[in-house]
Design a protein around this ligand. Structure first.
Ligand code: ADP
Ligand code: MG
Length: 685
């Protein structure tokens, strides 16, 4: 598994490079390159039996091969097998191809049958010239691998097969089979099955990712995942940290400045945090609270404790927009105490960057708010005591680790506070966040009025525009979010720009702003500032406003294409309104007709604003096949497992992991190594 993929037959420098782009460097990476679907090439179909739309394997003698000059030049081959004939059409072809495809040879082709100008045809089929002593067609279903980056499926299949053959000769250790409850295939059995299932395998289940062989793999991966996090926690508990104490009574001072009192839940979470910071062991705490529950202020208070003990804090957020917003919050509450706050993102450059870096390095600045640029090479902290990661589901565990490594100095590790609004069920949290202690903010600040949510067909757009105008004339503001699902960023951009144009024309008495991910930071800032200062009434935005943005005067949110979005994402978007004392509304637009499932899903949002209920309902309604991405669950990328799809396995994952740690500790490292390759820092920190 550890050997380099370059050592396989047929891997030259070019192929090696393409494999690298695919993330494949070792044998193990090939073994874990799981097919996304399968094709049945075990039966050769006779040409007389084909109908359009089928994907089939056929064989025949080449009767005709010629270049046709029609509207589009193409190379046409006709094969026949006595029962019928089929045309193969190539729009792209080489001289070599032309030379090889001669009359009289036998061809085996795989492709989709379609109706062409002269009968049935295949466009660009996969084909192979058969020799007289040709093998029978494949004995197993043919795996189709994900994005290939210029490698042919055939090539990948061949490489994977070489690895599997080697593993069969020299079977890898099976670390978990003996501990699993129930009947499961062995590691190797499952692996071999998935790369070449027998013709009678249940393909539908495989494509859904719910076959027992996939579950067996998922189990092992989740176990490895959990083990790596558990080890992290175990080793972190042996680390030492600077105990941080509020020596200047800044907690009280800030709370006096706040325009509100902390909620009970916030106070309890703050107590957890302050206690942890006080200990000579690094804090590893997750602050879990639904959208709008008021996590930011706790982050500010935590960094005040650090500053009060003459230590620096790094506050990492996923977007520049959010960094900018946090920067101004942290400044507002910390600068009155004489605590200096700096801002650092990828687009902080030139002289400004130099200055910021210097003041971080010499300790003039006590709090730095930024994006992942905070752990770029050139950032050196004077004395980093606390790391805060907001919207943690947008980061991988490894990014958090990197920042932690950066902060280790004189044998002391920084404390860590990670904040997340992703509502996930308990077992899931136990796996995803196995390295963290957890504080939950299970209440929203008092006085919040629930966001009134309505579901509206998008042919009532004109009425809606009138409503938005009315709304803004009353001095309030609105977001109009237009996500495009499953299409490119550029499409999303186009849609946002078109919408802005439309609305600007339709609402000439209002000022309409545009915000999207492709804008330069200064432009984004300019627009956000204008929105904050009420110079913009309606902000047309892509889903980049999804995370963290906090503008209490914006009390109306319109979301386009809501029927095609995940409930979790809609919940996050809706969380942008309802942040102040005024009543807010959310209008979910859809393109009629609305399917029953979509209706039921949107209904959930109308009924509840409880993130946990929404997440559970989403799971239940989307059911098989469709799952929340791992991104939302906030965990490093998983190869085959999916925290949501495999949620039923989690109790077993937890049980087996603990058993391994206690009874078979020597299996822990190899398991982590097998599944979490290239993340070798796991074992050592
Ligand atoms: P999130 O948990 O989603 O990050 P924020 O920290 O952005 O939430 O807080 C949402 C809004 O609620 C902010 O405007 C914040 O100032 C305000 N807020 C926070 N705590 C309280 C509180 N205890 N009472 C009233 N408003 C609060
Ligand atoms: Mg937030």
């Amino acid at each position: 598994m550890e050997r380099s993929a370059a050592s396989l037959r047929g891997v030259g420098p070019k192929t090696a490079e393409r494999l690298t782009r695919l993330g494949v460097q070792k044998w193990g990476d090939l073994a874990f390159l799981f097919p996304i679907r399968y094709e049945d090439r075990t039966q050769v179909r006779v040409l007389g039996s084909l109908s359009p739309g089928e994907k089939v394997l056929v064989e025949g003698v080449l009767e005709l091969a010629e270049v046709a000059f029609g509207r589009r030049r193409s190379f046409l081959c006709r094969i026949a097998d006595g029962t019928g004939a089929l045309t193969l059409r190539f729009f792209y072809f080489s001289r070599v191809q032309q030379k090889n495809l001669k009359k009289g040879i036998r061809l085996r082709c795989y492709g989709e049958v379609r109706v062409g100008p002269t009968g049935l045809e295949m466009i660009h089929p996969e084909y192979r010239i058969l020799s007289l002593s040709e093998n029978p067609p494949s004995l197993t279903l043919t795996p189709i691998y994900p994005a290939t980056h210029g490698l042919y499926q055939q090539k990948l299949r061949d490489l994977v097969q070489q690895v599997l053959d080697a593993l069969l000769n020299n079977p890898p250790a099976d670390y978990v089979s003996s501990l699993l409850c129930g009947n499961w295939p062995s590691f190797l059995e499952a692996l071999i099955f998935l790369h070449g299932p027998p013709p009678d395998a249940d393909v539908a289940t495989l494509v859904n990712g719910r076959h027992s062989c996939q579950k067996r793999m998922a189990l092992e991966e989740l176990i490895a995942q959990r083990l790596s996090l558990r080890q992290l926690k175990i080793s972190a508990s042996k680390d030492r940290a600077e105990p941080l104490e509020d020596q200047h009574c800044w907690l009280q001072a800030i709370q006096k400045l706040l325009p509100f009192h902390l909620t009970k839940a916030q106070s309890l979470a703050l107590e957890d945090i302050v206690n942890d910071l006080n200990r000579p062991v690094p804090m590893l705490r997750l602050l879990h609270g639904d959208v709008g529950s008021g996590k930011t202020v706790l982050a500010v208070l935590a960094s005040a404790v650090a500053a009060s003990s003459f230590c620096q804090s790094a506050v990492m957020v996923p977007t520049e927009l959010l960094a900018e917003q946090h920067f101004s919050n942290f400044r507002r509450w910390l600068e009155p105490l004489g605590v200096n706050v700096a801002y650092l993102t990828g687009s902080t450059t030139g002289k400004v960057r130099k200055e910021v870096l210097t003041s971080i390095a010499n300790g003039k600045v006590q709090v730095v708010v930024g994006t992942h640029a905070l752990f770029s090479e050139d950032v050196r902290f004077y004395k980093l005591g606390l790391i805060i990661v907001d919207e943690q589901h947008r980061f991988g565990v490894d990014q958090r680790l990197q920042l932690r490594l950066k902060g280790i100095s004189r044998g002391l590790c920084p404390h860590q506070l990670v904040m997340s609004a992703t509502p996930i069920p308990r077992t899931l949290a136990m796996t995803a966040y196995a390295d963290l202690d957890c504080s939950v903010i299970a209440e929203l600040p008092a006085g919040r009025k629930p966001v009134r949510t309505v579901v509206v067909p998008d042919n009532r757009r004109d009425q809606l525009v009138q409503r938005v105008i009315q709304h803004c004339k009353e001095g309030q503001q609105a977001y109009w979010v237009c996500p495009i699902i499953e299409e490119s960023d550029t499409m999303e951009l186009q849609a946002a720009e078109d919408l802005e144009q439309d609305l600007t024309e339709g609402m000439f008495e209002l000022s309409v702003g545009l915000l999207h991910g492709k804008m330069k930071v200064v432009e984004k800032e300019r627009v956000m500032r204008a929105f904050k200062e009420k110079k913009v009434d309606v902000l047309v935005a892509t889903t980049i406003v999804e995370v963290g943005v906090d503008i209490p005067n914006a009390t109306l949110m319109v979301v386009e294409n809501s029927d095609r979005m995940g409930l979790g994402q809609l919940h996050q978007l809706r969380g942008r309104v309802g942040r102040g004392d005024d009543a807010s509304s959310c209008v979910l637009l859809y393109k009629p007709p609305l399917s029953n499932i979509a209706r039921e899903r949107l209904q959930v949002l109308r009924e509840t604003s409880d993130g946990f209920r929404i997440a559970e309902k989403d799971l239940e309604l989307r059911g098989a096949g469709e799952v929340l991405g791992t991104r939302q669950a906030g965990i490093v990328e998983l190869t085959i497992a999916d925290l949501v799809r495999n949620a039923d396995l989690l109790p077993m994952v937890i049980k087996v992991s603990e058993e391994l740690l206690e009874v078979f500790p020597d299996r822990v490292d190899p398991l982590i190594e097998r599944w979490i390759s290239g993340r070798s820092q796991y074992g050592s920190v």
